[in-house]
Design a binder for this molecule. Structure first.
Ligand code: DMJ
Length: 640
């Protein structure tokens, strides 16, 4: 229209053509139609068209190309043009992740060469997702036309039989003669698992968790409309404990009722560790295809969360629409270290089983971003911006918000059959910095790991941080000769401190967090930190310490936990968390957490098994205690 404006002293050009008023009107009508046609044609041009790139705003196209690229971090062009105001706001109903601490607002081994090797022969990468820019907010939508993993599989398949033959130990052990007491204790734990499962099945099958007091089910808002968290979390424990009938019940539910076509906001982290981890483990243990195909299908649904300028995924994803958000409580739209840092093990297996490298590429990119960013004093803060790739806040913790990131570094190395030397180095460096800045000894001689806020120490340890005894012992096995004993000692000291947090309570169960200040040692000082929700971390460390030292005190300590669970947490219809560990008549929270079946009971059971049951030579446990095989590559055979 600017072109048609009459310039002073010059006739307008329709007038210059000597047209009358009706003719002028018709001419203008024709011209505007022509313009509309030309402009519309631009949008019909294929994505790659140079014209489209010339006319459309740079940011939208950049994000489209960055998301389809396997290495999102390299799309820094798009990140530099994206302002913070483009950050998604969290949806009002977004839930907190269960691993978050209550005080905080609840909580390339051989580089890409190895990824390619682990992910199998080159398969074509699924076309990436497109990002939608809506009302100033960037939201991810599912890859339009992205074929599911099954269709992108290379013409090779995972040879399950060959994989099983490669294991160094029978999965459920050889069962040599053993002392009757150990056997009886193991059988007791098996009975507890059966009791927990039977009650879930009777009152809550298909819901996510059992409410054992009110005898009904709980759905919650962590899993984006997915159901059956307890079923999927329990599968491998039922299998390992040889609860055959119960395992078949759980399998049948997965086959018949596990619906992945849901529409709701899920925690990327929780869906990955519980559902993908649980399904993968069930597949590797049994070879049942249904577990593999469900894991791959669900894995595809998580991919849009990675469509950010850096490739660091956001914490919340709508499994139906593929839109993703950061948690509302995470400062400045940041992503959480323990969440985006706890995808590596599962995603490598998704690539291995599908033949589609996209999963491995996503997590290798996370590592690339983490390696690039500067670490204050060598430490990894808990909040990182998925837009800039920089830390948002300097809060460091080996408990909630940080915990399983460190666990996945050492386990990535172990799972790669000790080839992923980059992960090992990252773990070694991180542990060195943690030891230097966070590890302290109390006046009473208890070793603990404090939290760090921009250089100021908070002398508290969360129950979640108690997994670290086991992790440090696992890593110590592979430290140089001179460091090995040092780390074994550190692991034993931390495990002892966590045991003290149990021993000093009236119930002999530990609080959610305990402190070392104002004369307090290994006890909760705040009312809000006195609860116990059937968490596994302390018995997890007992299990590793037992396997790596065979010191009988760890079995003894584990048995004390069994007795305490029976006394204070067992109710008429299942097991329940308690609200205060410092009273012998605690009230119950009416929740049987799915991780009680996945982790707490599994680690207790393994504590009373021979070492060849789920041998550490063959398996690594994901952070939800789902076993994933170590030596898992090179099991491809031609499709018949
Ligand atoms: C589990 O879901 C996992 O262990 C996670 O890493 C954090 N903690 C809970 C159980 O406490």
């Amino acid at each position: 229209m600017v072109l048609l404006r009459k310039l002073p002293g010059m006739p307008g050009w329709p007038a210059a053509l000597g047209l009358r008023l009706p003719q002028k009107f018709l001419f203008l009508l024709f011209l505007s139609g022509l313009l509309t046609l030309c402009f519309g044609a631009l949008f019909l041009l294929p994505d790659s068209s140079r014209f489209k790139r010339l006319f459309l705003p740079r940011r939208a196209t950049a994000s489209a190309s960055s998301s389809s690229s396997s290495s999102a971090s390299s799309s820094s062009a798009s990140s530099s043009s994206t302002r913070d105001t483009d950050l998604p706001r969290s949806p009002p109903a977004a839930a907190e992740p269960r691993h978050a601490s209550p005080a905080a607002p609840r909580r390339l081994r051989e580089k890409l060469r190895t990824v390619a090797r682990m992910a199998g022969p080159p398969a074509h990468t699924a076309p990436g997702s497109r990002q939608q820019v809506q009302g100033g907010e960037r939201r991810a939508e599912p890859a339009t036309g992205a074929p599911p993993a099954r269709e992108t599989r290379a013409p090779l398949r995972f040879d399950y039989e060959r994989f099983r033959r490669s294991l160094r130990h029978p999965v459920r052990g050889r069962r040599p003669g053993e002392d009757p007491e150990t056997r009886a204790r193991r059988m007791k734990i098996k009975e507890m698992m059966k009791f927990a499962w039977d009650n879930y099945k009777q009152y809550a099958l298909g819901k996510n968790e059992l409410r054992p007091l009110t005898k009904n089910g709980h759905i919650g808002n962590m899993f984006g409309g997915l159901r059956g968290a307890t079923v999927v979390d329990a599968l491998d424990t039922l299998y390992i404990m040889e609860l055959e009938e119960e395992f078949q019940e759980a399998k049948k539910w997965v086959e018949k009722s596990f619906d992945l076509n849901v529409n709701g906001e899920a925690s990327l982290f929780e869906v990955n560790i519980r559902y993908i981890g649980g399904l993968l483990a069930a597949y590797y243990l049994t070879g049942e295809e249904v577990f593999k195909s469900k894991a791959l299908e669900l894995g595809e649904k998580l991919l849009p969360a990675f469509n950010t300028p850096t490739g660091i995924p956001r914490g919340v994803i709508n499994l139906g629409s593929g839109m993703s958000w950061s948690w509302g409580w995470a400062s400045a739209g940041s992503s959480i270290l323990a969440e985006f840092g706890t995808l590596h093990l599962e995603f490598l297996h998704l690539s291995e089983l599908s033949g589609n490298p996209v999963f491995a590429e996503k997590v290798m990119n996370i590592r690339k971003v983490l390696n690039r960013v500067e670490k204050p004093q060598g430490l990894y803060p808990n909040f990182l911006s998925p837009v800039t790739g920089n830390w948002v806040q300097h809060h460091v913790s080996i408990g909630g918000l940080g915990d399983s990131f460190y666990e996945y570094l050492i386990k990535s190395w172990l799972m790669s059959d000790k080839k992923d030397s980059e992960a090992k180095k990252m773990y070694d460096d991180a542990l060195e910095a943690i030891e230097k800045h966070l590890v302290k000894k109390s006046a009473g001689g208890l070793t603990y790991i404090a939290e760090w806020r921009g250089g100021i120490l908070d002398h508290k340890m969360g129950h979640l941080a108690c997994f670290s005894g086991g992790m440090i012992a696992l890593g110590a096995e592979h430290a140089g000769q001179e460091r090995k004993q040092h780390y074994m000692d550190l692991a034993a000291e931390i495990t002892n401190t966590c045991h003290e947090s149990y021993a000093r309570s009236d119930t002999k169960l530990g609080p959610e967090a305990f402190r070392f200040d104002a004369g307090t040692e290994a006890m909760a000082t705040r009312l809000s930190e006195r609860y116990y929700i059937l968490r596994p971390e302390v018995v997890e460390s007992y299990m590793y310490m037992w396997r790596l030292t065979h010191d009988p005190k760890y079995r003894q300590w584990g048995w004390e936990v069994v007795k305490a669970l029976e006394k204070h947490c067992r109710v008429e219809a299942g097991f329940s968390g308690i609200r205060d560990v410092y009273t012998t008549t605690p009230t119950h929270d009416n929740m049987q957490q799915s991780f009680f079946l996945a982790e707490t009971l599994k680690y207790l059971y393994l504590l009373f098994c021979e070492d060849d049951v789920l041998s550490l030579d063959d398996w690594v446990f994901n952070t939800e205690a789902h076993p994933l095989p170590v030596n898992h590559t090179n099991f491809k055979a031609s499709v018949q």
